[in-house]
Write a new protein. Structure first.
Length: 555
């Protein structure tokens, strides 16, 4: 744990886990305050899990969340009230510690002098100059005062962000690029399906961010609070301002765990799991191995979601294990999909249906998971009826693999860059913003209709890199993204239906049919998923090597 004292009564830290709470107690703390909203990161435990562990360790726990960069004066007042109420010393935490420090600073305004606040925060490693400007500017952040300026600013250091930075530097060495991302760990999220099936170890899907960022890129380890595209500015957590000439937006999407009533409290126990969270994928495998009979439910929310095939991948691999263990006849498998079809590209459905029948899976289309009661192991689904009304269906379960609804990050949805649904509004071919010509977006946050997968980002990154440099006048012509996406559907251990397609569901195989027929289960496709794609990701895509990803040029 990275605990940093601000006063004798208060320390702050980045995100902690339930496993840390006993050590927090042993370090002498009496209380913890969580200032981070649930669902910000795929490796983040929810406050309910923190609170249970805190109480077990004999600690008081309170929840005072604020979105990155949205710490208000009222948060400062509430933080001061909690500090007056709680046993001390107190440990406050958020993603990095910045929001907790900001709340403390605001709670001290009018009492402790500003120089002392800044000095104490600085000793703890937090730059509060932007907060001071906000205080003296009547609560507003003056975007004309920039803390930093870069030629290219990339928001998000996931697969899309690092790949586009590497592709830019491969084309234009020495280009002044900054990546904004508060995370210290980068995850290979396509591997979490394999973790949930006992094929990969969870640790193999994680590497430090510092080890992956391209050499020469400036890393601004902060969260974005707001975009000011009219002024070519990004406002960061802590009210700092970064100016740009070109902006690339690729922070991924937000998993809305609170979008399903009771799910947050149920996750990680009572048979409720999800491969969409790093720390829960191993629990999926634990549940699968332990289940010898009963009902297993796999849910899929309304589109768009990250990797639309992932919910059923977990289902097929679980069923295959139960078949190998000889307990499949004793397990009732139900797939509850908010959509109307098994898979959006019809050519792959026949092969999938063969496995649905072989595993005895019940298909329930048009059903959306809306509530979970973990202790009694019941899941509630909503289904639309022909007359326009809805009905609720309650199903008991022994295992529930739940996938939360998904949306664009809050700071994107409320920005001038967003369309009516909250996604960044870009041209589907050039990935350039429809209103702001020096802004691009790729990955899960863009409003393109392709599948939201790492494979899509791998094809998008070179397109954005070329078109951004064209905007700068260093190259000519437009690169076009054709909507390519890939979904390796793990139908059994050792075989995959390799779905590859472009806009409109047009098949786009990377290999000749005699080698891998994507519409049929393939052992070679499994080898690709298990052995080839991870190094292709780490050592190819994130290094700017555009194997089979060179962009198509028009004009």
């Amino acid at each position: 744990m990275d605990i940093r004292p601000l006063t004798d009564a208060l320390s702050v830290s980045p995100q902690i886990t339930p496993a840390d709470l006993q050590a927090v107690r042993d370090a002498g703390f009496k209380s913890v305050i969580c200032n981070r909203p649930d669902g910000e990161g795929a490796d983040q435990p929810n406050f309910g899990e923190i609170e249970r562990a805190a109480l077990a360790a004999g600690l008081q726990a309170r929840y005072l969340p604020a979105e990155s960069g949205k710490v208000a004066d009222a948060h400062g007042v509430a933080f001061g009230a909690l500090m007056a109420e709680l046993p001390k010393p107190v440990l406050a935490f958020c993603r990095t510690g910045m929001r907790s420090t900001t709340m403390w600073a605001l709670s001290q305004a009018g009492g402790t002098g500003l120089p002392q606040i800044i000095e104490r925060a600085s000793k703890a490693g937090f730059d509060l100059k932007g907060v001071v400007r906000r205080i003296v500017n009547g609560g507003r952040t003056p975007v004309e005062v920039a803390d930093a300026s870069h030629a290219v600013v990339i928001v998000g250091a996931g697969a899309a962000g690092i790949a586009v930075a590497a592709s830019l530097l491969a084309r234009s060495p020495g280009l002044d690029i900054a990546i904004i991302d508060p995370a210290t760990i980068h995850y290979y999220q396509p591997g979490w399906t394999m973790v949930g099936a006992g094929v990969f170890d969870a640790a193999s899907t994680a590497r430090t961010m510092a080890s992956l960022l391209p050499r020469g890129v400036h890393w601004l380890q902060s969260a974005v609070a707001a975009f000011e595209p009219e002024r070519n500015a990004v406002v960061l957590d802590g009210c700092r301002v970064v100016k740009y000439e070109q902006l690339v937006v690729c922070p991924g999407l937000k998993l809305d765990w609170h979008g399903i009533e009771g799910l947050v409290d149920a996750l990680g126990r009572n048979g409720v799991t999800s491969n969409y969270r790093y720390d829960l994928a191993p629990y999926t495998w634990e549940l699968v191995r332990r289940l010898r009979g009963g009902r297993a439910i796999f849910s899929q929310p309304p589109m768009p979601i990250k990797c639309a095939g992932a919910p059923q991948k977990a289902m097929y691999l679980s069923a295959d294990h139960w078949r190998s263990a000889g307990v499949l006849p004793a397990i009732d498998i139900q797939f509850c999909n908010a959509g109307a079809v098994l898979f959006g590209v019809a050519d792959y459905v026949p092969a999938l249906m063969e496995y649905v029948k072989a595993y005895g899976i019940g298909l329930n289309f048009g059903e959306t998971l809306v509530a979970v009661d973990g202790p009694v192991r019941k899941a509630v689904f909503s289904r639309a009826l022909p007359d326009g009304s809805t009905e609720r269906i309650t199903r008991e379960f022994d295992l529930l693999h739940a996938v939360p609804p998904q949306k664009a990050p809050d700071f994107v949805r409320v920005s001038p860059l967003a369309d009516a649904a909250g996604w960044v509004d870009v041209d589907p071919g050039t990935l350039r913003h429809k209103q702001f010509a020096n802004v691009f977006a790729l990955g899960d946050v863009a409003n393109t209709s392709n599948a939201k997968t790492a494979a899509a980002a791998r094809k998008q990154a070179p397109v954005v890199a070329h078109n951004l440099l064209a905007t700068r006048g260093t190259v000519k012509g437009d690169a076009q993204y054709d909507g390519y996406g890939s979904c390796p559907l793990t139908v059994e251990r050792g075989k995959i239906v390799l779905a590859e397609f472009t806009y409109g569901g047009k098949l786009a195989p990377s290999f000749p049919k005699w080698l891998i027929d994507g519409t049929r289960p393939s052992a070679l496709a499994w080898l690709l998923k298990e052995r080839i794609l991870p190094p292709l990701y780490w050592d190819g895509m994130l290094k700017g090597r555009e194997w089979l990803a060179q962009p198509e040029m028009v004009g």
